[in-house]
Design a protein around this ligand. Structure first.
Ligand SMILES: Nc1ncnc2c1ncn2[C@@H]1O[C@H](COP(=O)(O)OP(=O)(O)O)[C@@H](O)[C@H]1O
Ligand SMILES: [Mg+2]
Length: 260
């Protein structure tokens, strides 16, 4: 059964794409994975992957190309659907086309074990459609009031509107594992005061110059075998997110719509 993980944050620039790309590449060592760059306005997962696909989500939504044909292969045999680039991607998407796009993933269920969705910042309709179509949601949190505020709002909307109850949290750009735990606990206390949700801390990513450099080099950090600690960290994050509970909300999903 194919499973989908959406990676979101509310706030931009907190590490969603970095984490989506490296987590999906880590998982590609074990399973058939597809990374969907759903950040159509600011698509950049292809840059981190070091590839330059000619087709994008927009082409599939508009019916110019089939979903299967638009998918390209990247490092570790990862399957990838680019978010494209340029301002035209920001044009609003027709509802029916969007839902047909989501439904069309079912045709890939034999080719994809795990779908990773790099969601755009904010909590607009497109972001919420992508999250709602996923089984699990991983929220990237950094220790800044704006990140707390936006992640809080995202959880609120996902809980009240989408009926999500399970949220995975990764604390990013922290100074130590311990600091990451403290940041998570502080956030959890605020959220659970208002909402009956489960927050699952899957781990922390420290603020590291290797990560910044990997973007400049266009080489994902987990592909450099010398980065043993970072590779084992991403394996731990993966393990924890795999063990996390799925949401049991209704609505149109990328996969398994017939199974309730
Ligand atoms: N743990 C980290 N340490 C250092 N830099 C990081 C870390 N995580 C992300 N970054 C950097 O922060 C910037 C924004 O990351 P990105 O993944 O593009 O965020 P988002 O997708 O949320 O907008 C990038 O330059 C990235 O290299
Ligand atoms: Mg991004």
């Amino acid at each position: 059964m194919s499973e989908t993980l959406a990676i979101a944050s509310g706030k931009g620039g907190v590490g969603k794409t970095t984490i989506s790309v490296n987590l999906a590449l880590t998982h590609s060592n074990l399973n058939k994975c597809l990374l969907l760059d759903a950040d159509m306005g600011m698509a950049n997962a292809h840059i981190l992957l070091g590839i330059n696909p000619k087709t994008s989500v927009r082409d599939v939504i508009e019916g110019n190309i089939s979903l299967e044909k638009a998918i390209v292969k990247g490092p570790n045999n990862i399957q990838f659907l680019s978010g494209g680039s340029g301002i035209t991607e920001l044009l609003s998407v027709d509802e029916t086309k969007k839902f047909n796009f989501i439904r069309s993933f079912e045709s890939l269920s034999n080719k994809v074990d795990n779908l990773y969705v790099d969601v755009s910042a904010g909590a607009d309709e497109m972001a919420l459609n992508m999250i709602s179509a996923s089984d699990k949601l991983l929220i990237v949190l950094v220790n800044e009031p704006t990140s707390f505020m936006d992640a809080f709002t995202l959880i609120k909307v996902c809980n009240l509107e989408l009926k999500f109850k399970e949220f995975c949290i990764v604390t990013n750009m922290v100074s130590s594992e311990h600091h990451g735990k403290l940041v998570f606990e502080k956030f959890k206390e605020i959220v659970t005061k208002f909402y009956d949700v489960n927050l699952n801390h899957i781990g922390s990513l420290l603020n590291m110059k290797e990560i910044k450099n990997s973007v400049l080099k266009k080489q994902p950090i987990v592909l450099n075998k010398q980065n043993k600690n970072i590779i084992s960290l991403f394996n731990r994050l993966l393990n924890n997110v795999n063990n996390a509970s799925k949401n049991t909300h209704n609505g149109i999903k990328f996969f398994n719509n017939s199974i309730k």
